[in-house]
Design a binder for this molecule. Structure first.
Ligand code: NAX
Ligand code: ADP
Ligand code: K
Length: 491
């Protein structure tokens, strides 16, 4: 993979524009196809040297063209190869027709394929050009291959995975390995497409990086490259107030744990000071569990207004275990002109009327980050959640635009989107993060970044990445408490 394209995500539409630009610049498009197909044959031989037969399934477009090139290369190398085509191979056009005519193998109809022990399938039915549900014939072949437990190598994308959304169009192969070209597509990262890809190889077929970068949008993989320049190293002469003071709001006496998790995570993630703001009746419960985190009584809006006079308290987390209702709304609106992570109950409190929150976010000049999981997203943005055609990335972007906030749409494939449309997709989170309190830890890390002065988007993206790394370090038996202990330093 080209280093400069390592974090770039390209939608299928952008990829078509890139292919067209490559052809327009005089690059031989058939040479690109040959390069793609040869890379697939090399991967097949590398991964399955013991295969008794490579079965290449070719579709009606250029993905099929890559398949014919791969089949020819494997046969040239002396492997046993069988080719099956969806539709009439004589109807192929352009480069795909040329690849088919250069392939010396007999082509049988797709329905004739009977999986055998020792087969390895090369799936070249559909790639980036998939725009609707797979034809029934392809779906039947997928079912047969899956029943036969035949390993599958996918060309560009497992057929049936939508490259824009990661959704399954009717059915899809579950590949052990996918070879894609030039850059990842959203469908390689978004669920459920991600798990259908197996290991992902991004192969440079020779389109100049400049042609790719110029046509790629503002979508990236979430790595330190997306925010590292905002994560400044510790100055030896620093003091705790320079590292930021984070305030975290506790719920009532029966629900104090969530906020304490956010607070301890905030301290572990590098905030200089963290204060837990507690209602009167929860002070005793909180005091008995806190050491490095400070405690302050904040019962109502008057207490909060008095506290906010201290500008050194420069970031807040509101929501974990806080309770849904007017108090959460009043507090959130008072905090909008500061740096605020609005999580959990904090967001749900605005379910029935979000207008004022979004208007404040637009006008106050604060830094607002909202962190919905799927259920919270549907509560706060029902009209966006209902748009079945939108990808998770597009939904997060629409929500960020509407709310004027940075939206962290959580899940295995967390998307962080800014109102400008800039977005990253995260891929380092292990499933063991799906445990009670894990989201509270994430909110605390984010709060620490805001307290340290990071811009909202970078603070959120860096927190999602550190949370994923912490999850990896904490291992399978983690709890939210052990997760806090495993938060890695900012790279
Ligand atoms: N420069 C290029 O253009 C290159 C393209 N490459 C390959 O080209 C592929 C994209 O090729 P195409 O744009 O031809 O698209 P595909 O080969 O993915 O799909 C073929 C055509 O099938 C039709 N179609 C879509 N969904 C369908 C469905 N459910 N049922 C029936 N027909 C359907 C569409 O009209 C689509 O164009 C990539 O995935 C990649 O494998 C590679 O050869 C590398 C170079
Ligand atoms: N299957 C998964 N794989 C990876 N990360 C996950 C998975 N499920 C949830 N997560 C992450 O774990 C966290 C859970 O947060 P949340 O849903 O708010 O739970 P809680 O309220 O219990 O803390 C989020 O950061 C989410 O992205
Ligand atoms: K494919």
């Amino acid at each position: 993979m080209l280093e400069v394209l390592r974090d770039v995500l390209v939608t299928p539409t952008e990829m078509t524009a890139i292919d067209n630009a490559a052809a327009a610049s005089g690059i031989d498009s058939f040479a690109l196809m040959r390069s793609a197909g040869t890379a697939v044959s090399a991967a097949a031989l590398r991964l399955f040297p013991e295969a008794l037969r490579f079965v290449v399934l070719c579709g009606p477009g250029n993905n099929g063209g890559d398949g014919y090139v791969a089949a020819s290369a494997l046969a040239d190398g002396g492997a046993a190869v069988a080719v099956f085509a969806l539709g009439n191979p004589e109807a192929l056009k352009g480069d795909a027709a040329r690849a088919k005519s250069a392939c010396p193998l007999t082509v049988q109809p797709l329905e004739a394929y009977e999986p055998k022990l020792g087969d390895v399938v090369i799936d070249a039915l559909f790639g980036a050009g998939l725009t609707r549900d797979l034809p029934a014939e392809a779906q039947r072949t997928i079912a047969r291959a899956s029943e036969g437990h035949v390993p599958v190598i996918a060309v560009d994308l497992p057929s049936g995975v939508d490259g824009r959304t990661g959704e399954i169009r009717g059915a899809s192969f579950a590949a052990v390995h996918t070879v894609t070209f030039m850059a990842r597509k959203p469908g390689h990262l978004l669920m459920p497409g991600r798990v259908r890809c197996g290991t992902l190889e991004v192969f440079d077929i020779g389109i100049p990086a400049r042609l790719v970068s110029e046509r790629a949008g503002d979508l990236r993989l979430n790595t330190p490259a997306a925010w590292g320049s905002h994560a400044s190293a510790l100055d030896p002469a620093t003091h705790k107030y320079r590292r930021g003071h984070l305030g975290v709001f506790s719920g009532g006496p029966r629900s104090t744990g969530a906020a304490r998790l956010s607070a301890t995570a905030g301290l572990a993630a590098g905030a200089g000071l963290v204060t837990l703001a507690s209602p009167t009746e929860a002070l005793a419960a909180n005091a008995s569990h806190l050491t490095a985190v400070m405690l302050r009584e904040i019962h109502g809006t008057e207490d909060l207004a008095a506290w906010l006079k201290d500008k050194r308290v420069n970031a807040f987390v509101l929501g974990p275990g806080f309770g849904v209702g007017k108090k959460a709304r009043d507090f959130a609106l008072m905090l909008c002109d500061r740096a605020l992570v609005l999580d959990a109950d904090g967001m749900t409190s605005f379910e029935k009327d979000r207008t004022e929150l979004f208007e404040r976010a637009a006008s106050s000049g604060g830094r607002l980050v909202m962190t919905p999981h799927e259920g919270e997203f549907a509560r706060l943005f029902p009209e966006i959640a209902a748009e079945a055609a939108l990808s998770k990335i597009e939904k997060a972007q629409a929500a960020a635009r509407l709310s004027h906030a940075v939206v962290v749409y959580k899940g295995p494939d967390t998307v962080v989107a800014a109102p400008s449309g800039h977005a990253v997709v995260n891929d380092n989170a292990p499933p063991s993060l799906a445990t009670a309190g894990s989201g509270d830890v994430l909110a605390g890390i984010m709060g620490a970044h805001l307290a340290q002065g990071m811009p909202a988007f970078e603070a959120a993206a860096a927190a999602v990445w550190r949370h994923g790394e912490a999850g990896r370090r904490a291992g399978r038996g983690m709890t939210a408490e052990t997760l806090v202990e495993c938060i890695p330093p900012l790279p």
